[in-house]
Design a protein around this ligand. Structure first.
Ligand code: SF4
Length: 416
């Protein structure tokens, strides 16, 4: 029996694509293998968001061929768009597929492999389902390579999304994560002129679906009615992650992000007031060209005073082909120092927030189960270790928070 392993780099969109490919391969009799050292084919879904992503993908390709020389390596994803010739020149790569080939990638691979087997029983590789609703982006933020490698914004038809959502529920998933490159743009390119809020209203009607988690939200699209909807919905997880990118207006302008920090204050204050349990997260780029010590201090102060409960900090990485890559760059050591200060602040704010839930009960999904107990992801985005848990992966549970520290949150199972 032919075996294949899938390795994702980068974003949730890549993970959502791989989840559907996994099903298709199993339906065609290809055995999914977690360990790339044991598989006949290794499919890599690559990323090119930062120079580090490029380096990690290339390193992994070489590692596969060193530890499993017989494996045939297939590469797709954003690095293929950005470095086709480089990857083609690598003796280790067997086939390359562009992002535009992804919609029927599994069928293309199957037609090359020609498995002779019957369909295999479906094996789950995830505890929560990721559903890609949209791809590409129509913006041109000065630091971002994504529009170049993933193209213009394109939305999946509503019918297809709802059908896939229902299929995930029938496969036992309790939580679906809606993902895309720019999910707030959903529907704008469709003849039916749908929109993201309309999609949410339809998803909320799916029977048996417990929770919908939203991936990154662009604050420029969070209108009053949109904010009201996501904060009030009993189906949408109280976890809102915003692509803020920075906390000072002059740098936001240089990034091409037509929004002001004052708007961030308004949006975050509304979400905190109307969804008190919610985790509020943000992406922040540090060390952008032209960033002064004053800009950094203003951003630090904004984040410190904000109701945000965590932020992902990305040291700016110049991407060839983006406007900002040709501007005067910030010193790497300065970037490192500022990034570590923000990460420290994020850890402290997150601990303070988790401590507010001591002795309180939260609902969530078992995302990992082993001999040491379970790991639960609560709907408001806490990872909780529960030593004694009889429930299985993907099951919905209630957990009482007993301890919170910098490195972990511990809970005991509560009767739901
Ligand atoms: S940062 Fe987001 S909105 Fe801006 S170009 Fe990239 S994907 Fe689009």
């Amino acid at each position: 029996m032919i075996s294949l392993s899938i390795h994702n780099f980068g974003c949730r969109v890549n993970q959502a694509e791989a989840l559907l490919w996994a099903d298709e391969f199993q339906e065609k009799g290809i055995r999914l293998e977690k360990d790339f050292q044991q598989s006949d084919f290794v499919l890599i879904n690559s990323c090119t968001l930062t120079h580090r992503s490029d380096r990690d993908v290339k390193k992994f390709i070489k590692r596969v061929s060193r530890s499993n020389p017989k494996a045939r390596v297939i590469v797709t994803g954003c690095l293929v768009e950005g470095a086709y010739e480089d990857l083609q020149a690598l003796p280790q790569t067997w086939r390359l597929f562009r992002n535009t080939d992804k919609n029927d990638l599994a069928a293309r691979v199957v037609s090359m492999i020609r498995p002779q087997e019957k369909p295999l029983p479906r094996v789950n590789f995830r505890s929560r389902a990721l559903l890609k609703i949209q791809d590409g982006c129509n913006f041109q933020c000065t630091f971002c390579i994504i529009p170049t490698v993933r193209g213009k914004s394109s939305s999946l038809p509503l019918k297809e999304i709802i059908a896939q959502g229902k299929k995930f529920v029938s496969q036992g998933y309790k939580e679906i994560v809606l993902t895309g490159v720019h999910i707030c743009s959903y529907g704008r390119d469709l003849k039916s002129r749908g929109n993201f809020r309309g999609l949410l209203q339809e998803m909320e009607k799916i029977e048996g679906l417990r929770k919908i988690r939203l991936s990154s939200l662009d604050p420029r699209f969070l209108s009053g009615p949109m904010l009201e909807h996501i904060a009030a919905s009993s189906k949408i997880c109280p976890h809102f992650h915003l692509s803020l990118q920075y906390g000072a207006d002059d740098i936001l302008a240089r990034m091409g992000r037509k929004i002001k920090v004052a708007d961030y204050h308004r949006i975050l204050a509304y979400l905190r007031k109307n969804s008190p349990q919610a985790s509020l997260g943000a992406d922040i780029i540090i060390g952008f060209p032209g960033e002064s010590e004053e800009d950094f201090e203003a951003t630090y102060h904004f984040l410190e005073k904000s109701p945000l409960t965590y932020f992902h900090v990305f040291p700016y990485s110049p991407r060839p082909g983006t406007a900002a890559s040709s501007w005067l760059q910030t010193d790497e050591n300065v970037k490192k120092r500022r990034a570590s200060l923000l990460r420290k602040l994020s850890r402290q704010k997150n601990l303070n927030f988790r401590c507010q839930f001591l002795e309180r009960e939260l609902d969530g999904i078992v995302i990992k189960k082993d001999k040491d107990g379970a790991e639960i992801l609560t709907y408001n985005y806490f990872k909780v270790a529960a030593p004694r848990c009889s429930s299985e992966e993907r099951e919905e549970v209630r957990v009482k928070i007993k301890k919170a520290s910098q490195k972990e949150t511990i809970g005991v199972m509560a009767s739901s």
